[in-house]
Write a protein that binds this ligand. Structure first.
Ligand code: HEM
Length: 326
């Protein structure tokens, strides 16, 4: 309870410091829950974002390089049990698996002292807006009118007036949807800080690289796939053994953005921080987890990216609603 109040407080403080245009009201966490309902309909008892997904279980072991370099509980070198969830973006639990939308991979690492560390990533290297206000504005512009269709001229006008809402859409337009949940890269997107052994906080971003390689659907496959092939393909793949992702950390430089998730960093020196393993899927282990990405273990610190800060209170509302059948 105390922790939750802390997230709300941090969010309020960060908004106080944000330079918003004079006519822009600070976005509130519940604004997102309301606009998701307008966009995707009301679906009681399930996630208001990334409504369609599947749980999986496995573990994580840090690399010797990460253990030697960083002072982080996650990178002790011990093998940690992990609960995963693969998902489709958006609040529609029936979205077809071939949709040109981001996929998500969330993971909750269970540390030996009982603490948790969460990540919740997307297949796009950037997010859909630089701050909560522009993300909310884009969603609101996309709400269908009386004819059941969004006004595309309105959406386009919003994107033109807010260029930070363009890079993710451009990325989705030119990159095919993943062939499988296991053949996509997943990006942390936000900037975090990671303590090294000398006590310095290193500016990082990271992505998960699939050992199965990156493979997208062909244009023909996009139209021929059934609507639920991702779960089938994951189950099938796991019959041949575990699925692995390398956790690739990029080491930031002074000029790299610390708080704008719509901007990708230039290529930077990287290191492989360890391997995430997925051993089985389809159980209920992730159903009652809130993969709040600000739940971090010792050694990691969140940046003041306003989108990252907004995620905690928005996820908490969604979590509370779905646990109580709303
Ligand atoms: C202001 C921006 C955002 C809002 C309002 C938002 C909102 C939400 C909500 C309400 C949920 C459902 C939470 C639950 O019921 O447990 C969710 C899930 C998720 N979001 Fe976001 N999100 C935002 C930004 C992001 C970003 C930047 C990423 C990736 C870097 C992301 C990745 C995910 C993933 C992977 C899930 C599914 C987690 C799971 O499987 O339980 N979201 N989001």
């Amino acid at each position: 309870m105390h922790k939750l109040s802390g997230y709300f407080l941090a969010t309020a403080v960060s908004f106080a410091a944000l330079p918003l245009a004079a006519d822009t009201k600070p976005a509130q966490p519940n604004d997102f829950i309301e606009v998701f309902a307008k966009l995707f309909g009301e679906h009681k008892g399930i996630r208001k974002g990334h409504a369609k997904g599947v749980c999986a279980v496995g573990d994580f072991t840090a690399s010797a390089e990460a253990t030697a370099r960083f002072d982080a509980a996650l990178f002790s070198g011990a093998t940690l049990p992990v609960t995963y969830r693969f998902s489709m973006a958006g609040g529609n639990p029936n979205v077809p698996d071939y949709a040109r939308a981001p996929r998500g991979l969330a993971a909750q690492f269970n540390l030996p002292d009982g603490s948790k560390h969460n990540i919740a990533t997307l297949t796009t290297p950037v997010f859909g807006a630089k701050d909560p206000e522009n993300f909310l504005g884009l969603l609101q512009a996309s709400v269908p009118g009386a004819d059941g269709k969004p006004d595309m001229a309105k959406v386009q006008a919003f994107r033109t007036a807010h260029p930070d809402t363009q890079p993710q859409a451009q990325w989705l337009a030119v990159n095919p949807p993943p062939w499988s949940y296991t053949t996509a890269e997943y990006f942390g997107i936000h900037t975090f800080y990671l303590a090294d052994k000398s006590g310095e906080n290193i500016k990082i971003r990271w992505h998960l690289q699939p050992k199965d390689g990156i493979k997208g659907l062909t244009d023909a496959e996009v139209v021929q796939q059934n609507a639920n092939f991702l779960n089938d393909r994951l189950n099938q793949r796991l019959k041949d053994g575990m699925v692995e992702f390398d956790w690739i950390i990029s080491l930031g430089e002074a000029s790299d953005s610390e708080n704008d998730p719509s901007v990708q960093w230039p290529a930077r020196p990287t290191l492989n921080a360890g391997t995430l393993r997925i051993k089985a899927s389809g159980d209920a282990s992730c159903n009652n987890i809130n993969f709040d990405p600000n739940v971090l273990s010792r050694g990691f610190t969140a940046s003041d990216d306003p989108v990252l800060r907004m995620r905690s209170p928005a996820y908490a509302i969604s979590f509370g609603k779905r646990l109580s059948g709303q």
